[in-house]
Design a protein around this ligand. Structure first.
Ligand code: TYM
Length: 327
């Protein structure tokens, strides 16, 4: 039996290179060795205010981008979270087993609730419970995510362990898979802050659908420092981040890149980086255009994905309901 991979992505903004380099790239690669389930998590998206039309459109856009990046719907299950009601139901049941103290430790809630002060919903607080449900419904072994999701995956694992210790073996214990390099791509405008698709400042992120000129402009404006040497030095977050992006898009070794830019200035490096990113995204952008030429195609892939996901999730949910004494 192949090991199972599950991961999810929120349709909350334009997908950007942080999502690609920290997660999606590994999802594509994991199709070779694992049995994969990928989910567009619209129920998570509504934990902060969303425009209904925009949410629906984004959900399709994210699906198109995942397909364009190389997710193959024949090999992997690709579906929308709200199409499989077992996610909401298991999240409720898990709510009744997760101690408040565990949730109160979640750093992402602390950050997000500070940002959305006026409207902090109960859903935003409870977000990790729904995420645990996503993961545990599919007997997941591995969860490929960026660094910011590690704590949530650990909470899912702790929840599984707690449930199993009360009711006996029920859930598979999931493990986060976090890349050594690229797990935390930083904002171009402020390299001390994680790049985020919900950040709207124009020089912050490179979106996967950005045209070449926008990519050039954003990279040329990216914040660096007043030093000169082009080196992978973590204590210089601006240039380190740009070099990391270069390394991941070009596939070239760090040594090789440092040697190429020895004695050159930041301007030369940034120009080259822009071309590397443009070329790196070109095939994805072309495939996206082809795929979205027929708008019915994405909806039929999503309907089929949900039909394949549902029986897997419902089997696990039925076992949980029986063990808890529901019904
Ligand atoms: P989301 O939608 O914020 O991000 C999707 C994936 O992209 C990674 N990521 C990054 N990686 C590197 N550098 C960055 N700057 C960066 N920004 C984002 C994220 O770590 C993530 O892997 N809660 C999840 C969605 C989710 C989920 C799940 C994930 C819901 N249920 C179950 C795994 C399993 C989220 O908001 O990801």
């Amino acid at each position: 039996m192949r090991k199972r991979v599950f991961s999810g992505i929120q349709p909350t903004g334009s997908l950007m290179i942080g999502n690609y380099l920290g997660a999606i790239k590994y999802w594509v690669a994991s199709q070779e060795n694992y049995d994969n389930v990928f989910c567009i998590v619209d129920l998570h998206a509504i934990t902060v205010p969303q425009d209904p039309e925009a949410l629906k459109a984004r959900t399709r856009e994210v699906t198109g981008l995942l397909l364009a990046a190389g997710i193959d719907p024949k090999r992997s299950i690709l579906f929308i979270q709200s199409h499989v009601s077992a996610h909401s139901e298991l999240a409720w049941i898990l709510n009744c087993f997760i101690p408040m103290g565990w949730m109160q430790r979640m750093t992402q809630f602390k950050e997000k609730s500070a940002r959305h002060k006026e409207q902090v919903s109960v859903g935003l607080f409870d977000y990790p419970s729904l995420m645990a449900a996503d993961i545990l419904l599919y007997d997941t072994d591995f969860v490929p995510v960026g660094e910011d999701q590690k704590q949530h995956v650990e909470l899912a694992r702790d929840t599984a362990q707690r449930f199993n210790s009360i009711y006996g073996e029920t859930f598979v214990l999931p493990e986060p898979l976090i890349p050594d390099i690229g797990a935390r791509i930083m904002g171009l405008d402020d390299p001390t802050k994680k790049m985020s698709k919900s950040e709207t400042a124009s020089g912050h992120a490179i979106d996967l659908l950005d045209p070449p000129d926008a990519i050039r402009a954003k990279i040329m404006r990216a914040t660096t420092d007043s030093l000169r040497e082009i080196r992978f030095d973590e204590s210089r977050p601006g240039i380190f981040n740009l070099l990391t992006i270069y390394h991941l898009f070009s596939g070239r070794s760090q040594k090789d890149i440092e040697a190429q830019f020895e004695g050159k200035g930041y301007g030369d490096f940034k120009k080259d980086l822009a071309e590397v990113v443009i070329e790196g995204l070109r095939p994805l952008q072309e495939r996206y255009r082809e795929l979205t030429a027929d708008p019915t195609r994405i909806d039929s892939i999503l309907a089929e994905g949900a039909d394949r996901a549902r029986p897997i999730a419902e089997k696990v949910l039925a076992e949980v309901r029986r063990k808890v004494g529901l019904g």
